[in-house]
Design a protein around this ligand. Sequence first.
Ligand code: HDE
Length: 697
Amino acid sequence: MATDTNFETSRGEGGETHQQVPAKGPHGGVDHLTTDQGIPVSDNQNSLKPGVRGPTLLEDFVLREKIFHFDHERIAERIVHARGSGAHGFFELYEPLPDITKADLFQRKGEKTPVFVRFSTVAGGAGSVDTPRDVRGFAVKFYTKQGNWDLVGNNIPVFFIQDAIKFPDLVHAVKMEADRAYPQAGSAHDTFWDWASLMPEATHMLMWAMSDRAIPRSLRMMQGFGIHTFRLVNEAGKSTFVKFHWRPKLGMQSLVWDEALKLQAADNDYHRRDLFETIAAGHFPEWELGLQLFDDKFAESLPYDVLDSTKLIPEEILPLKIVGRMVLDRNPDNFFAETEQVAFCPANIVPGVDFTNDPLLQGRLFSYLDTQKSRLGTANFHQLPINAPKCPVMNFQRDGQMQMNVPKGRANYEPNSLAASGEPGGPRECPVTGFRTFAHQAGEEEQGDKLRARGELFADHYSQARLFWKSQTPSEQAHIASAFVFELSKVQLEQVPPRMVGNLMNVDADLANRVAAGLGIVLPNKNPPARKPIDLDPSPSLSIHRNMLDTIEGRQIGIMIAAGSDAKAISDLIDSLTAAGATPFIVAPKVGGTKLSDGNTIQADGQLLGSPSQLFDAVAVILSKEGAAMLVKEGAAVQWVMDAFGHLKAIGYDEPAKPLLDKAGIQPDAGVVGLSAFVGAAGKRYWNREPHIRMLA
Ligand code: HDE
C-alpha cells in the first residue's frame, strides 16, 4: 500500500506501523523523498512484490538504486592520517607583512581568511582510536583570494626521515604488520622498531614520539608545525626562509600514558568528541600563527642544515614572530562530504609562498595529488565544495570523470583569437598577480653532478635528539625513557632492542641506561655515529611541562555526586568552574535523577560506569555520609578517584567523601584539596606525585 509522507503514521501491507516525522519544505509544507533521479518515492519501508508474500521484483528501481548507492558509500581511506577530525574557521591577520611576502592573505590588518582544518592520527585506520601514542596531523587549508594555500603540518616540529624516498618504508613498518594485520594504530611492534633502529636519522623524531607530545590531551591543546623550511617572497622577489608554528591559546597539555590507554577503552572518539562538542558549545579553539624568519646568512651560521626535516631551530635562537590567529568556530555539516573528502596538498601554495629544496618536501609535492586521484577517484576532486577555492577558477582543463562544470563555447585551448570574431576567448595569463616572482635560488644549488646523496650536515643524527632530551624536565625525561621501555618491551625480535639502545647511547648515556635497565637487557655499546654529535644548548621552549598554563579554561571537570549530596556545594562549584571557563560534568550512580540534600533532584550528565575519571581534567567528589558509605562498595567509584589520583589530577572533596578517598588509597598532597581550594588547584597536573605511585624508567 502506498504511503503519503504527509501522514504521521504509515502502515505497510503487513500492517506494521512506522512513525513518520513530516519535514517542512516548499511543496505543501513537506520535502518529498525522491530517488537520485528526482522521482517521488511513495514508500520507503517496503520493497516491491507481486502479492504480500511474493518475491521482490527486479524492476524495483527504488530498492535497487538505494542498495546500489549504499554498496558504494565507502571510499578508500587515506594510506596515512586515515583517522581525522575537522572544523571550519578563519585566520585573522594581526599586522600586514608586505616586506616579507606578497601573499594576499598577509596584506591587510584584521582581514579574515576562511580555513578548514583537519587533525589526524597517522598510523591507525579510519575507525581506530583517538589516543594512541602517535604523531598528530595538523593540516590547514586557507581559502585565500588568490587560491588555496595548504599548510599540511604535524604536531611535532621534526620528522622521521630526511628524504621522501624512505616514506613508504616508514609507513609499511609502522602500520599493522603485513601478515597478521595487527597491531592497529600503534608503533609498539617488531617491524616498526626493526626499521627505526636501523635508521639513525629517525632518532630525534623518536625522542619526540616517545614524549608526551604524542599523547595530547586535546586537539585544542597541541602545537602545530609546518616542519620544512619554506620561503616567503615579497613583491620585489626577495625571499626569506620561514618555519611555520601554531600555538594553542589554551596552552599545551598531554595525557599520562596510563590515562591514554584507559581512554581508548572509555571513549574511542575522545578527541573527535571534544573538538565537536566544544565548538558546538561556542568555546572556539584558537591558535596563533608564529613565523621563524631568517636569511641565507643565518642558515649558513647554523651547525645543521635547514633543508633537513629532522632538525628544528630552537626559539631561543630564533624567536617566533606572531602574525595572526586562527579560530575554529564551525563544525562540519557532514563528516564525509567535508572531513573525509577534503584533500590537502603541500604543493598548493599561493604567490608569495615558495618551496625549498628540502628533499622530504620535494617528494611530498608529488605524493598528495597522486594519492588523492586514487582516493577520490577523479581528477576533478578539486571541484568538491570542501576543496573548491573560494575565488574564481578559470582555465582550459576539461572533462574527466565527475565533471561538475559546464564550460561554454569553443575556447578550450590557449592562445586563441576567438574573441576577435566575437566568441568568448577564455582566461589569459596574469603576470601581475600570478607567480611572477619566485624565490631566488643560489645557482650552484641547481648544478653539479646528478647524485643520490645528502648534504654533509644531514649525517648528524644525534645532536638535536640530545638537545631535546636535555630540554625536558626530569618528569618528562622519565616519561620518554618509560615509553621506550614500553614500546621495546613489545618487540619480539631479539636483535632490535639492543640495536635501538645502542643508538640511544649517542643521545644520552643515562637515557640508554634507564631503557636497558627497564628492559632488563645488558647495556650495549654505542653504535658508531655517522657524524660526531655536538653539544647544543637546551631549549626550554621544547618542554611541555615548563610551558603549560595553570588554567581550567576549556577543560572538563568531573563532579561525582550521589543521593543526599550537598546541593549548595554542588551549585557553588558549578558556578565557579563555569566562571573560570571550564565545563562541569556531573557523574552519578544513576543518570535519571539524584535527590540532593535540599530535596531537589539533579540530572547527571553521565552515569558512573560510563563516565570514568580519565574523561576529565580534574575531579571533585561531593557526597553525603550515606552516599560515601554506598560508593565505597562500588568498584567504579573507587576506581574513579584512584585513577584521577594516578593520572596526577587535582581532587577536590567535601568531608563526608573522605572514606571513598581512603578506600582508593589516596595520600594527601598539594593536589588533594577541600572544595574551597579546588578551582585554584584544578589547573595543574601534579608531576611530583608520580614517583610515589608509579615506577618509571
Ligand atoms: Fe604526509 N601524506 N607525507 N606528511 N600528511 C598524506 O596524503 C607523504 C609528511 C601529513 O588531513 C597523504 O591525502 C609523503 C610530513 C598530514 O588529509 C600522502 C611524505 C608531514 C596528512 C602523504 C609525507 C605530513 C598527510 C595520505 C614524506 C608533516 C593528512 C592521504 C615525504 C609536515 C592530511 C593524503 C589530511 C597525508 C604523503 C610526510 C603531514 C600519502 C610522501 C613530513 C597532516 O600523500
